[in-house]
Design a protein around this ligand. Structure first.
Ligand code: TAP
Length: 517
């Protein structure tokens, strides 16, 4: 059946039946939810080639939400062949850029119409607090599609004044072309938003795509697949293969017909992916990886603002935030006052049901992650960092961790070097006026994703922003990410950008044409 379909597709025969699927139905957040749980290939929801499934779990009550199709290498191959056909011979490859933009606007409108449903799914699958899921996880995903929809008809080349072959003349121009079939592999912390950040730039550039969402949070990606068909995307342009990284992700990285891979996840997996991309067909790759972002708070800051954003820099999305401040450096004269205030504020945070509109802090994304955070805390205590708040699993069902604060963390400690990716504030004291010393410690890590500084001295702020070796620097704010501004790391936080005009470069290739006349 599988090979018959590939043959039909390669001959340009549509294999699709009218769009329908068997949804999972449930009541959550006082609404009737209906969503798919199969692979999304060629505008159809289909089972895995071997009918395998896995359970996806609600982290706030540890119950199984539903079974989800567990893709195979054959499924990846089928999805890639469909995407290849759509790119090379389908309507998508011939479509006017502006029409492509209109499809993306339509998809964004549908996401907006379904935003409560999408946010509810994100909450039950990832544990994101509903109000944040609505505003950030889904809200920014919609903004991203709209932003890149606007770029579709603005991808332009250049004319270049080369030396003429006299007496003849020459004209050289460049064309920015899509790359072809792109693979996208996403993590679990912002499931739909990570899809949106990468896929919208990829589509705006004119490519087709095979996405593998994280296994622990597949549901919003699959619901998105339903909206793709409703928006009128041609078959094969967007394909979503759920399943494990070691099988589905690896098959995408290894596939000879995938020409580009966009990856967001850990540095360790990023390195193996880069190797696979090189060894398979030298596919282009961009990597958004881990971080240990420093936030430097000088004694001349607006103290209340530094407290507010200091908390937000760590506890936003229960710390499952790639740009979370991994270490706060607080100047000696305000250190003790700062620590006392953050403890006081953390103790006011309401931990509980993420669907409850008054909850501040939801459960961690999945059990293995909670366990790794408990290990991180144990390591911190064992190496002599001072645990001043939290540090335990909350006494309730679900994967809840008490917001935790460590002080007295030194550069060489594990807590000074490694990210937790959870609600763990790591504070270090630095000597008064020691700008060079704090910059040295802030940069003394293998990562370089984000950074921040709080001071009311503009000269100091600009000097420190220049000195921080990171892809993003926030001054007197934090987490202020916007679709129009590029996002991505330095050093072992990876390379390549999401968002902003620069993200388009990741999904385009440049051809130079020289004419003699
Ligand atoms: P990873 O374990 O790296 O997983 C990321 C994705 O890669 C998942 O979909 C995973 O599949 C897949 N994967 C695993 N092994 C693979 C392989 N051999 N080949 C291809 N794909 C493979 O990271 P995570 O635990 O999901 O996310 C946490 C990390 O992501 C943190 O380090 C965090 O800093 C980083 N992160 C970075 C950013 C940015 S923008 N820099 C944003 C978010 C997160 P499974 O479904 O099997 O896990």
């Amino acid at each position: 059946e599988f090979f018959k379909r590939v043959v039909l597709i390669s001959r340009g025969v549509s294999t699709s039946k009218p769009f329908e699927y068997t949804p999972v139905e449930m009541v959550a957040n006082e609404m009737n939810l209906k969503f798919p749980n199969q692979l999304f290939i060629n505008n159809e929801f289909v089972d895995a080639s071997n009918n395998a499934t896995f359970d996806t779990i609600n982290p706030s009550n540890e119950e199984v939400i539903c079974k989800v199709a567990k893709g195979t290498k054959d499924d990846v191959d089928y999805a890639v062949q469909c995407a290849k056909y759509a790119f090379e011979q389908g309507e998508w490859g011939r479509m006017n850029a502006r029409d492509r933009g209109n499809l993306m606007y339509k998809l964004a409108d549908l996401m907006e119409e379904h935003k409560e449903e999408l946010a509810t799914l994100e909450t039950i699958d990832s544990g994101a607090v509903y109000t944040l899921a609505l505003k950030t996880h889904i809200g920014m995903s919609i903004d991203t599609f709209r932003y890149f929809a606007g770029w579709c008809d603005k991808v332009q080349g250049k004319t270049i004044p080369i030396n003429h072959a006299r007496p003849n003349k020459n004209l050289t121009y460049t064309k920015r072309e899509p790359i072809g079939v792109c693979g996208i592999i996403t993590p679990w912390n912002y499931p739909l938003m990570m899809l949106a950040w990468k896929m919208s730039a990829c589509l705006a550039a004119g490519n087709t795509v095979v996405l593998k969402p994280a296994m622990v949070t597949p549901l919003t990606s699959l619901k998105f697949g339903e909206l793709v068909v409703k928006a009128g995307f041609p078959e094969g342009v967007i394909n979503i293969v759920t399943g494990s990284g070691s099988v589905v992700g690896q098959a995408i990285a290894d596939h000879p017909d995938v020409k580009k891979l966009g990856f967001t996840g850990s540095t360790a997996v990023g390195k193996t992916i880069m190797e696979s991309c090189a060894m398979s067909n030298l596919k282009k790759v961009s990597l958004e990886l881990g971080g240990k972002s420093p936030l430097i708070i000088f004694s001349d800051c607006d103290f209340d603002r530094a407290i507010k954003y200091g908390l937000n820099s760590v506890f936003f999305n229960k710390g499952e935030n790639c740009i979370a401040a991994g270490r706060l450096f607080v100047e000696e004269s305000i250190h003790d006052k700062f620590v006392a205030r953050v403890i006081e504020e953390v103790q006011k945070m309401k931990i509980g049901d993420p669907m409850d509109r008054s909850t501040d802090h939801g459960p961690q994304n999945h059990k293995a992650h909670l366990d790794s955070l408990l290990d991180y805390i144990k390591t911190g205590v064992n190496e002599g960092a001072k645990l001043v708040c939290g540090g335990k699993r909350a006494d309730m069902p679900g994967y809840f961790l008490e917001p935790t604060i460590f002080t007295d963390v030194e550069d060489e400690m594990f807590l000074g070097q490694e990210e937790s990716f959870g609600p763990i504030m790591v504070i270090s004291k630095f000597k008064e006026n020691d700008v060079e010393g704090v910059l040295y410690s802030a940069n003394n890590v293998k990562y370089g994703l984000a950074s921040g500084v709080f001071t009311q001295d503009i000269n100091k702020a600009l000097r420190v922003a220049d000195g921080l070796d990171a892809g993003t620097c926030f001054v007197n704010t934090y987490n202020k990410t916007d679709v129009a501004s590029s996002f991505g790391g330095f050093k072992q936080s990876g390379f390549g950008k999401d968002l902003g005009e620069e993200a388009l470069n990741e999904y385009l290739k440049t051809k130079a044409v020289t004419v003699e006349y």
